[in-house]
Design a protein around this ligand. Structure first.
Ligand SMILES: [Zn+2]
Length: 358
């Protein structure tokens, strides 16, 4: 805890008060985390940092992908799930450019995360730490979609619900190309697709098949695929997922999906989902600070544009934003970076840094 010796600043004192206040209100811990995180409209202003696991955590320093880009459009905008770790948002933008160069007209961007992550009121179990994103398997249409169309347009199911096989009339080599491109980035650890899509790739990909290792079969994911990137630098409390098994995955593990077992009705269908039970006590303790951290002045102020122009302020001064965003106190309770902004009225959303060696 060398870094803590730097100074006992008023900010840290304020952080301490927050903690003390917390201790005085044990009842608050019983609130459902999905209600608290689902109510947040804007991100936590801080250095970008993910806490916990993809299906049990939160994140600070989120940025939004703009509603429109040269090669993407955000779908279902009313959900307000276009937030992510800057590395995730930067990656989607990069994929949109590369995919366009490959001949895919553009990305329809589905859910990423809530502004501060955490469990959602509806849908996904994961997407909680800003490192997951859903991309539709429908190419972006020629005409810009209206807000209403983005809310209402139905997705194309690429997989037959009975056979679990890809609908041949709808599948194109461009779909495979898009998935290969997404898998090509070192920061992408997994891509979740319907088993039918995985099988189609297994059956048709020639030459380099190493990237198939990242393509993982999973329920759903028949109209979109799910990109998951790894824990990012500056997030020591981000819990890594297990590495994928070596090989292309076109083996018995895939064959299992074409048995009856994965599709049997749940034995206990009324069992509550994890998010129905998750309280703040279930999440990493830092998520309380993430919830309480200040918000930027507007969504636009925290919207990521590749060149950084419209991010409200320049990256914060190193003296203000701890250069190691991961400093926590001895109890691991409160990331200093979350509070480092408390006394600073100006909003600074740090720009994404390229991964070393990437
Ligand atoms: Zn997803």
């Amino acid at each position: 805890m060398k870094m803590l010796q730097r100074a006992w600043t008023p900010l840290m004192a304020a952080a301490f008060c927050v903690l003390t206040g917390l201790a005085a209100q044990p009842a608050a811990a019983e609130e459902l985390a999905k209600d608290l995180f689902g109510a947040k409209k804007l991100p936590a202003v801080a250095a970008p940092q993910s806490f916990g696991f993809y299906s049990k955590g939160c994140f600070a320093g989120g940025v939004a992908i703009p509603m429109d880009g040269p090669h993407w459009e955000v779908m279902r905008p009313s959900r307000n799930r276009r937030w992510g770790h800057p590395a995730m948002i930067g990656l989607i933008e990069k994929l949109s450019r590369d995919a366009a160069a490959d001949g895919w007209p553009g990305l329809l961007v589905g859910d990423i995360s809530q502004p501060r992550g955490g469990p959602m009121l509806t849908g996904h179990a994961s997407h909680q730490i800003g490192l997951d994103a859903d991309i539709w398997l429908t190419p972006m249409p020629d005409n810009r979609l209206s807000t209403n169309q983005r809310e209402k347009m139905s997705a194309t199911l690429l997989v037959d619900e009975k056979t679990h096989l890809v609908k041949e009339a709808l599948w194109t080599p461009q779909h495979a190309r898009l998935l290969k491109r997404a898998a090509s980035y070192p920061e992408v650890e997994r891509i979740l697709v319907n088993p039918g899509i995985k099988k189609k790739l297994c059956d048709t990909v020639k030459g380099d098949r190493a990237w198939l290792r990242k393509i993982r079969p999973f329920w759903g994911h028949d109209y979109h695929f799910h990109i998951r990137i790894g824990c990012q630098p500056g997030s020591p409390d981000c819990k890594r997922q297990e590495a994928t098994v070596p090989g292309d995955g076109c083996d018995q593990s895939l064959a299992w999906w074409f048995t009856d077992e994965p599709w049997r009705p749940a034995k206990n269908p009324d069992k509550p989902k994890a998010r129905e039970l998750m309280t703040m006590a279930s999440l990493p303790r830092e998520c309380r600070a993430v919830l309480d951290a200040p918000a930027p002045s507007s969504a636009e102020a925290a919207t990521y544009h590749g060149d950084g122009r419209s991010i409200a302020a320049a990256a914060p001064e190193p003296a203000v934003a701890a250069p190691e965003p991961a400093i926590t106190d001895g109890a691991g309770a409160l990331p200093a970076s979350v509070n480092a902004f408390a006394a600073t009225p100006e909003i600074g959303i740090p720009l994404p840094r390229p991964r070393p060696g990437n």
